[in-house]
Design a protein around this ligand. Structure first.
Ligand SMILES: Nc1ncnc2c1ncn2[C@@H]1O[C@H](COP(=O)(O)OP(=O)(O)OP(=O)(O)O)[C@@H](O)[C@H]1O
Ligand SMILES: [Mg+2]
Length: 284
């Protein structure tokens, strides 16, 4: 069975797609059979690895709405072990078209059953909303990876996300856990970045990765060239840090004896209560 990770934050532009593309790339470099699912109608993960959206005949839309076989929509990324389920703008209609469909929250989960033996990792790049597409991702996922941009009000809105994760766990996918929180676009010259890092670690304690992704111009440029950072500029700090992050994520995964907070306690929906997560963790 693959490990399925949804990369999720309803805030726009926090680094979800950048993380999805580069995590998938480094997983593939480590010989992990990886599928990246672009479930965002913007299709940034699709174009970000150099796929021309105009050439796509069948996409995640057909898989979710018309029950197309996932094998008919999955294409190669051009990198060994790295496949893509692409998205096009047509996916915008899916949220509306699926509303009256029975089991609409489970469309992705069901579609993935037939290919589950073919991958080690499935990474889902979510749109910046908590609508039906994101719910499908959370229903199909084992865990949620939350990128948090180092900026003003970085943690604002996270209570809503945690609330949604709780609702999904109560009603749709009881096994869903929080994979971790990844701090992105850090500018270590500013006091603000230090403050956000401290605040996030204070709230989420052990759930925040040690690796922090810095703001790096090469990471901004890479999608314009349709390349993951490892192929665009493998010596850049962005490439180095996404490799480090991928290795850290794999180590965490290996350590199955670590108490998993998302399993063992209810995640509070109020952001002020998030501090308790760390307190509970310390006492275990
Ligand atoms: N560490 C970084 N350094 C510099 N630029 C970055 C970094 N991470 C992401 N970017 C750039 O910031 C923009 C937003 O990033 P990205 O598309 O990954 O965010 P997102 O959360 O997927 O956005 P959306 O919510 O619209 O899907 C992009 O132009 C991307 O290239
Ligand atoms: Mg995105």
């Amino acid at each position: 069975m693959p490990k399925t990770i949804a990369i999720c934050n309803q805030k726009g532009g926090v680094g979800k797609t950048t993380t999805a593309i580069n995590l998938a790339t480094f997983l593939a470099f480590l010989q992990k059979r990886t599928l990246l699912i672009d479930i965002d109608p913007q299709g940034n993960a699709t174009s970000g690895i150099g796929i021309n959206k105009h050439n796509i005949k069948e996409s995640v839309y057909e898989m979710l709405v018309e029950d197309a076989d996932p094998r008919s929509i999955i294409i190669s990324s051009g990198i060994d072990h790295f496949s893509l389920a692409p998205s096009t703008l047509s996916l915008t209609g899916a949220e509306v078209e699926l509303v009256a469909v029975m089991g609409r929250e489970y469309k992705l989960k069901k579609a993935l059953i037939s290919i589950s033996s073919e991958y080690d990792y499935i990474i889902i790049d979510c749109p910046p909303s908590l609508g039906l597409l994101t719910i499908n991702a959370l229903a199909a996922a084992d865990s949620v990876l939350i990128p948090v941009q180092c900026e003003y009000y970085a943690l604002e809105g996270l209570s809503q996300l945690v609330n949604t994760i709780n609702l999904v766990r109560e009603n749709i996918n009881s096994a869903l856990t929080i994979e971790g929180v990844l701090l992105t676009m850090a500018d270590f010259r500013t006091k603000l970045t230090t403050e956000v890092i401290n605040e996030a670690r204070n709230f989420f304690k052990g759930r925040v990765y040690n690796t922090v992704i810095p703001r790096n111009i090469r990471l901004t440029e890479a999608p314009g060239f349709g390349k993951p950072i490892a192929l665009y500029d493998k010596h850049s700090i962005g490439a180095q840090k996404y490799r480090e992050f991928t290795e850290e994520l794999l180590d965490v995964k290996k350590d199955i004896n670590q108490p998993n907070i998302a399993h063992s306690v209810d995640i509070p929906s109020n952001v002020n209560e998030l501090q308790k997560i760390g307190d509970i963790e310390k006492s275990q």
